[in-house]
Design a protein around this ligand. Structure first.
Ligand code: FAD
Length: 379
């Protein structure tokens, strides 16, 4: 059932309508096949770019959609309800445009931003390393200053879009400690950059996640974003926005699972009545609906703070924590509602449950979100 959204403008309502149309006509017919065969959906990104759905929260002067974050996230939620892997890819692409938009020079923006926002080039965000995930400040990949640029050596891990993306927001060490990290925009065809085999993941099968290896790769000065040593600040600033994207993806997944569970419970009978009419099951569905609605409210609240120019880092962590824990619970309960059938690949709730798990892990695990929130509480 389509979510009855309270949207701020007529334009936003049209955008949601357009997204539902693309989701029905482009995503829905192919999602099962591509997830099953673990195939990257070439062309889907171009379609989303042409529909203007890849750059919604960025200014129009740079080729963006000029939409409030509140609207962008609800569009993302609609995509996730059909195909979480594509929604994650859109969210990561949007996150990958943030460092250049927020910290790039005018000249850098003019050169690269329009093609990134138009979807002509696809982005990736490369912070994690094999030995440094939650503790990002411990990263070791090294960028040594040389004449005209930097020589990069080291390994990065878990890159969504690895090997497919055209540009990589690379965070590498140019000095000591947390102030010794810098951000670079690295093109895929850089000599000395190679990618590992796609990880064999529990879910999000259609979008590859790989490692990357830098072997004395040269990156010119003009590709450093922000000042030397500003990298971690840039990385965390992008993550505040990105976490809201993951919260919206989680709500989309939870909504899809709820819809499927309700439809099934209205059809299936046991003990002479529809299972939805057994109070024990009806109350389970009611709790699922309450979890989805309240999770949506947390991300919209955080997005409105961001749109108003207020601090929202704590709210983004609350939204990510609440929405992704809700998605895990709601998708697990949806499997329960379908009984044995829910445990088979014949029904999508099985996929939703596998996909919900990653939302509790990436862009800061939920333990790390609690750390962020508790630090805010401690002042
Ligand atoms: C499918 C997928 C896609 C990804 N995409 C990207 C991407 O595009 N770009 C990118 O840079 N990274 C990406 N990641 C990496 C992801 O962000 C990390 O996996 C995540 O941040 C956790 O890091 P880790 O795996 O090293 O776990 P660790 O940091 O080793 O943590 C292991 C466990 O310890 C807990 N823990 C660690 N520190 C603390 C603490 N201080 N207090 C309490 N508990 C703690 C964690 O919560 C976790 O449960 C992706 C990962 C996956 C699986």
């Amino acid at each position: 059932m389509a979510v009855d959204r309270l949207l701020p403008t007529e334009e936003a309502r049209d955008l949601i309508g357009l997204t539902r149309d693309v989701a029905d006509k482009v995503l829905a017919p192919i999602v099962d096949e591509y997830e099953k065969t673990e195939t990257y959906p070439e062309g889907v990104f171009a379609t989303l770019g042409e529909a203007g759905l890849l750059s919604l929260p960025y200014p129009e002067e740079w080729g963006g959609g000029g939409q409030p974050y509140e609207v962008y996230l609800q569009v993302l939620e609609e995509i996730a309800a059909r195909w979480a892997a594509v929604a994650v890819a859109v969210s990561v692409h949007s996150l990958s445009c943030h460092p250049l938009m927020a910290f790039g020079s005018e000249e850098q923006k003019q050169r690269w931003l329009p093609e990134m926002l138009g979807g002509a080039t696809v982005g990736a965000y490369s912070l994690s390393e094999p030995q440094a995930g939650s503790d990002a400040a411990a990263l070791a990949c090294k960028a040594t200053a040389v004449d005209g640029g930097y020589r990069i050596s080291g390994a990065k891990a878990w890159i969504t879009h690895g090997g497919i993306a055209d540009f990589y927001n690379l965070f590498a060490r140019t000095g000591e400690g947390s102030k010794g990290i810098s951000c670079f925009l690295v093109p895929r065809d850089t000599a000395g950059l190679s990618f590992g085999k796609p990880e064999e993941k529990m879910g999000l099968h259609a979008v590859p996640t790989t490692s990357a290896h830098y072997d004395d790769a040269f990156v010119p000065d003009e590709r450093r974003i922000g000042a030397e040593g500003q990298g971690l600040q840039i990385a965390f600033s992008a993550l505040d926005s990105g976490r809201l994207g993951i919260a919206a993806v989680a709500v989309g997944l939870a909504q899809a699972a709820l819809d499927e569970a309700v439809a099934y419970a209205q059809e299936r009978t046991a003990f002479g009545r529809k299972i939805i009419d057994h109070q024990g099951l009806g109350f389970l569905l009611a709790d699922m609906a309450a979890a989805v609605d309240s999770a949506r409210a947390t991300y919209i609240d955080a997005a409105r703070r961001r749109d108003a120019g207020l601090p929202y880092s704590r709210n983004a962590s609350v939204a990510k924590l609440v929405a992704t824990d809700a998605a895990m619970k709601v998708t697990t309960d949806a499997v329960q509602v379908l009984g044995g059938y829910g445990y088979t690949r014949d029904f999508r709730v099985e996929r939703y449950m596998r996909e919900a798990k990653i939302t509790q892990i990436f862009e800061g695990t939920n333990q790390i979100q609690r750390l962020v929130i508790s630090r805010h509480l401690a002042g």
